[in-house]
Design a protein around this ligand. Structure first.
Ligand code: CUA
Length: 337
């Protein structure tokens, strides 16, 4: 399997997003094994992880050590005869039954308790609707605000109602110790209570196709009051924007910026700059006008207009864009002279 990296000069994020990563490159707190967890709902999982890790080390090195020791001690040498092995030893057999049984019971009880706690969201939780698609995320908040990054309040339980548009994806935020598949045509749930404001990373952790690795976005935990501000600002921004501005905000919000640049450089898809009003050649060889109809088709039925030199990986936004939003995107692309 060949995995090609994009060249260094191709930014994977919009400049705004990469600035955040520059300021907060990683959650640097934590250990060699795990970043510091910030989820009040999964407080016990780290203890479980370290307990299983310690036991794995203990038994791995213990068993390997004993094996090597016995292989050397009882190796075949001239003058030594094989000893008949003992057929039975009560003390040993009880020991190797009772100790692993106790370990299993301990692991089961703590694992079960953690699982039930993690699978049962509290009644009073902020709900966010999550739609995953190839290759991005759409988070819809209670007031209708949509975003391609996940924003949540600190110290408040958050419940995610999740589904996928096309294939299996999986929600994974390492600092939350939380992982849940998103399945087309059905809903799955997860919940958490973030305990520390900051900008963390959210990944897709189910291989879902060529740009699976592009499904890493920001997970922003707002300090008290910040979440409400974020919702109000976002809402106001989409309500009063002129079409070009609306299109620009959708360009970022819907994740167009991951594949289409504004400076003329090709990424996964062609750049938007200076394309409106030109003639473009399709993969079929046809030459068409890059006009309003072209953009509308590109948004709703992109497969019909794939372009030579670019993989036909653009997702359809059919059913996800209002008429005014389609118009906004058209006007925005038109404005990029
Ligand atoms: Cu979506 Cu991997």
């Amino acid at each position: 399997l060949m995995i090609r990296r994009p060249p260094r000069s191709t930014p994977l994020y919009s400049s705004a997003a990469s600035d955040v990563y520059k300021r907060q490159p990683h959650n640097t707190e934590g250990t060699y094994w795990l970043p510091k967890g910030v989820n009040g709902a999964t407080a016990g999982t780290d203890t479980m992880f370290y307990a299983v890790l310690a036991m794995s080390f203990f038994f791995f090195f213990g068993i390997c050590g004993a094996t090597i020791y016995f292989v050397i001690k009882y190796r075949h040498r001239p003058g030594h005869k094989a000893q008949p092995s003992a057929s039975h030893n009560d003390v040993m057999e009880i020991t190797w039954t009772v100790i692993p049984s106790l370990i299993c019971v301990f692991l089961f009880i703590y694992g079960w308790r953690g699982y039930v706690h993690g699978a049962t969201p509290p009644q009073k939780a902020v709900e966010v609707q999550v739609l995953a698609y190839r290759w991005g995320w759409n988070f819809t908040h209670n007031n209708g605000v949509q975003d391609s990054d996940l924003h949540v309040p600190v110290n408040v339980p958050v419940r995610l109602v999740m589904t996928a548009k096309d294939v299996l994806h999986s929600f994974f935020v390492p600092v939350l110790r939380s992982k849940q598949d998103l399945v087309p045509r059905r809903y799955t749930y997860t919940w958490f209570e973030a305990t520390k404001p900051g900008t963390y990373r959210l990944y897709c952790t189910e291989y879902c196709g060529r740009d699976h690795s592009q499904m890493k976005v920001k997970f922003v935990v707002h300090a008290t009051g910040g979440y409400e501000r974020y919702l109000a600002e976002k809402e106001a921004a989409t309500r009063t924007l002129p079409p070009v501005e609306l299109g620009k905000s959708l360009y970022e919000k819907k994740g167009c910026n991951a594949c289409h640049s504004l400076d003329g450089s090709p990424r996964v898809g062609p750049s938007f700059k200076g394309t409106f009003g030109t003639k473009v050649t399709l993969a079929s060889g046809a030459v068409v006008d890059m006009d309003e109809t072209y953009i509308r088709t590109a948004l709703l039925a992109p497969a019909a207009q794939s372009r030579p030199g670019f993989a036909p990986s653009m997702p359809s936004f059919e059913g996800q864009l209002k008429e005014a939003e389609i118009m906004g995107l058209i006007e925005f692309i038109k404005s990029l002279k």
